[in-house]
Design a protein around this ligand. Structure first.
Ligand code: GLP
Length: 253
């Protein structure tokens, strides 16, 4: 694990975008794992800007998103399908046939999870997975007490997550109670992982991910066992981390 601490939300996005762009320059047909939420928006904006200014080419890139709400159709503005189009895909030259998200409308969620896993494997696995983190240290929609061995599966959202995500809805009653999410195993099989976090409300989750015990109670803590993971934080999200952590290089920018 390594950590990059930046001085702003924009610079967190810039650092993350540099890593993603580097991945694509080195391997133009990269398979990216992507996240939704407000955290990665500055990274997506930056990548779109690099595409526009110097032609960063997404034409051979394939993407797999982490999750989708169950019962949410792609054209629903609150779906993650819609979010990705709006904030990223419509600004770059990715091919629609290379974009994948779990189907929240699938009748058989178990079969959909299996289909998604097979698709990822058929594309050669994920080269670089982008993650945000929930206030309860969830990654994707893998809530506390998740089974580390799970692959793409149906999850019931925590009350804390429902409250946190209610800001995107009229009220918390409208937030779906279930989602389909890549599992921890799916995430851990990615070649490289970057986790982005900004804001004081993420500081405890970041502390648990980096310094806490590796436990299903803090799903992101499993990343301590990943062979190549970088945390890209702003100062507020890094506020509870000690100045130095044995075995974890920290770069301040
Ligand atoms: C959401 C998503 C996660 C995301 C997290 C944080 O519920 N399922 O993938 O990382 O919660 O969201 P935000 O970036 O808006 O704080």
């Amino acid at each position: 694990m390594r950590i990059i601490i930046t001085d702003s939300y924009e610079n967190m996005g810039l650092e993350a975008a540099n890593i993603v762009a580097g991945q694509i320059y080195l391997k133009p047909d990269s398979v990216l794992g992507l996240a939704t939420g407000s955290t990665p928006v500055s990274m997506y904006q930056r990548l779109a800007a690099v595409h526009k200014s110097v032609g960063l080419d997404f034409s051979e890139v394939t993407t797999f998103n982490l999750d989708e709400y169950i019962g949410m159709a792609p054209e629903n503005p609150q779906s993650y399908h819609y979010f990705m189009q709006e904030y990223f895909f419509r600004h770059i030259n990715i091919r629609p046939e290379n974009v994948f998200l779990p189907d929240g409308m699938a009748d058989d969620v178990v079969a959909e999870g299996n289909r998604y896993e097979k698709l990822i494997a058929a594309k050669g696995g994920i080269d670089l997975q982008v993650l945000g983190i929930g206030q309860n240290a969830h990654i994707g929609f893998n809530e506390p007490d998740v089974k580390f061995a799970a692959t793409t599966h149906k999850v019931e959202l925590d009350e804390e997550t429902i409250q946190a995500n209610s800001r995107f809805f009229k009220n918390s009653d409208e937030v779906p109670r279930y989602a389909i999410s890549m599992g921890i195993k799916t995430i851990m099989m990615a070649e490289h992982v970057i986790l982005l976090a900004n804001g004081r409300n993420k500081a405890e989750a970041v502390y648990k991910a980096v310094c806490g015990d590796v436990t299903p109670e803090a799903p992101a803590s499993i990343l301590q066992l990943h062979r190549d993971v970088a945390l890209i934080l702003d100062r507020e999200a890094a506020a509870l981390l000690p100045a130095s952590i044995p075995g974890v290089p920290i770069r301040r920018k």
